[in-house]
Write a protein that binds this ligand. Structure first.
Ligand SMILES: [Zn+2]
Length: 87
């Protein structure tokens, strides 16, 4: 996760987006997220928490369909599609 944060700070892949992320909004949030990840301990993880999330998901969602990726960008699809090509 910290490598992902590092990629955001280095604007890794930003050229593939069809918009320019607002650094004044994103960077403080990503710094807070980074601090949270650094402080996370194994005992903080509730392994049963995923059950509640799974129950809230529809059968058609990517979670239950092998984690498909966008063929153009090779990023995981969400219920909203690809976050890079906004499709
Ligand atoms: Zn895409």
């Amino acid at each position: 996760m910290l490598e992902v944060v590092k990629g955001v700070k280095e604007k890794l892949g930003w050229e593939t987006l069809d918009y320019t992320p607002n650094e004044k909004i994103i960077f403080p949030c990503i710094n807070t997220f980074s601090d949270m990840v650094k402080e996370l301990k194994k005992e903080d993880i509730d392994e049963n928490a995923i059950e509640e999330w799974e129950k809230a998901c529809e059968d058609s969602e990517p979670l239950f369909n092998g984690y498909p990726v966008c063929k153009e960008h090779n990023v995981l699809l969400t219920i909203f599609g690809c976050h890079v090509c906004n499709d």
